[in-house]
Design a protein around this ligand. Structure first.
Ligand code: UDP
Length: 317
C-alpha cells in the first residue's frame, strides 16, 4: 500500500508512519510544522519508502501518484495549543478534513479520521461507549477543537454515505509517550518535564478529575488494526484504566525521584471531570486491547524526555 498521512511530523503521525513502513508499505508524510517537529521524522527522511511534503492540508492539496489510504492526523491537539490556534484548529478539522476526503475520493483510497474523546465533551455517561452523543459546549474555549472534530466525523460519514468512500473514524483517548512535544501543555508531558527540571508540578483544580492514559505503541497498534480490519462506524481506542490527575502526579514523582513540589492551579474552563473509554467494540472487532501499564509507559516517556535535556525544546513556552 501507499498511504498519505497528514500531521506526519506530529506525535501520533510519526509513530503511525513507522508502523506502516515496518509492514512494508510506502508513506507520504505531510505536515506544516505548526505543532509537529522536524526532529520527529529526521530518522525517516532517508527511507526509500518514505517521502515528505511540507504543506498545510487546510489549503488545496495535490498529491502525485496512486494512494491506497489517506489518514488525517493533522491538528493542534493539546488544550493550550488549540486555545492559541483556534482558527487553525477549526480550519484543519473542517477544511482540512474536506481536502483529505477529496484526495481519498479522487484516488479511490480508504480514508481514516483521527477523531477524539473530546467529541464526548464533559461526559454524562461513564465510561463512554461510541453510542454516546456527548455533552459539548460549542462556544466554550474547547469548542474550537470539539466542534471541528464533530464536524469532521459528520463530513466523513457524508462522504461514506453519499460518495461511497471506505472510511474509518477513531476516537482517540489521552495518549502519551516519546515524541510528545515537551511544552505542549498536556498533563503527562507537563508533569514529566516539570519533574525533570525541578519545577513545581502543576495540578489544575484539586486533581480529582480523571483521565485514562494509553501508551503510544498500544494506541498506534489499535489505529493500524482499525485501518485494516475495521468498519465505518466510530471506534474508541484508548486504555480503560482510569487515574485521577493527582495519582498521575504521584506516579511521575515516584518514577523520576524528583524533589519538585506539587502545586495546585485553577481548573481550566470546561475541563472534563471524568474520561474513560468503553473499548468493547475495539476488543470484539479488532481483537485489540492495550498492554502497557501506566508505570511502564511513564518510565519509557521519562527516558525520552531525558534525551532532550538541555535542548531549547524544553524551554518554557
Ligand atoms: N492538567 C493538570 N496539570 C497540567 C496539565 C493538565 O492538572 O499541568 C489536567 C487538566 O486540567 C486535565 C487533565 O490534566 O484535567 C488532562 O489534561 P490534558 O491537557 O492532558 O488533556 P485533556 O484530557 O484535558 O484534553
Amino acid at each position: 500500500m501507499r498511504v498519505l498521512i497528514t500531521g506526519a511530523a506530529g506525535f501520533l503521525g510519526s509513530h503511525l508512519s513507522e508502523r506502516f513502513l515496518a509492514d512494508g508499505h510506502s508513506v507520504v508524510g505531510l505536515d506544516n510544522f505548526v505543532t509537529g517537529h522536524p526532529d520527529n521524522i529526521a530518522h525517516l527522511l532517508g527511507h526509500e519508502r518514505y517521502s515528505f511534503v511540507r504543506h498545510n492540508i487546510s489549503e488545496y492539496t495535490y498529491v502525485a501518484g496512486d494512494l491506497d489510504g489517506v489518514l488525517h492526523f493533522a491538528s493542534p491537539a493539546s488544550p493550550i495549543d488549540y486555545l492559541e490556534l483556534p482558527i487553525q484548529t477549526l480550519k484543519v478539522g473542517s477544511l482540512g478534513t474536506h481536502n483529505a476526503l477529496g484526495i481519498a475520493l479522487a484516488k479511490k483510497a480508504r480514508f481514516f479520521l483521527a477523531s477524539t474523546s473530546e467529541v464526548y465533551g464533559d461526559p454524562l455517561v461513564h465510561p463512554q461507549p461510541e453510542s454516546y452523543w456527548g455533552n459539548v459546549n460549542p462556544i466554550g474555549p474547547r469548542g474550537v477543537y470539539d466542534e471541528a472534530k464533530r464536524f469532521a466525523e459528520a463530513i466523513t460519514m457524508a462522504y461514506h454515505r453519499y460518495h461511497g468512500v471506505d472510511t474509518r473514524i477513531v476516537r482517540i483517548f489521552n495518549t502519551y509517550g516519546p515524541r510528545m512535544r515537551p511544552r505542549d501543555g498536556r498533563v503527562v508531558s507537563n508533569f514529566i518535564v516539570q519533574a525533570l527540571l525541578g519545577e513545581p508540578i502543576t495540578i489544575y483544580g484539586d486533581g480529582s478529575q480523571t483521565r485514562s492514559f494509553c501508551y503510544v505503541d498500544d494506541e498506534v497498534e489499535g489505529i493500524y488494526r482499525l485501518f485494516l480490519q475495521g468498519d465505518a462506524m466510530p471506534t474508541n481506542i484508548g486504555n480503560p484504566v482510569e487515574y485521577t490527575v493527582k495519582q498521575l502526579a504521584e506516579i511521575v514523582v515516584e518514577q523520576t525521584g524528583t524533589k519538585s513540589p506539587i502545586i495546585f492551579k485553577p481548573l481550566p474552563e470546561d475541563d472534563p471531570k471524568v474520561r474513560q473509554p468503553d473499548i468493547t467494540r475495539a476488543r470484539t472487532m479488532l481483537g485489540w486491547e492495550p498492554k502497557v501499564d501506566v508505570r511502564d509507559g511513564v518510565r519509557r516517556t521519562i527516558e525520552y524526555f531525558r534525551t532532550l535535556a538541555g535542548s531549547s525544546r524544553m524551554a518554557p513556552r
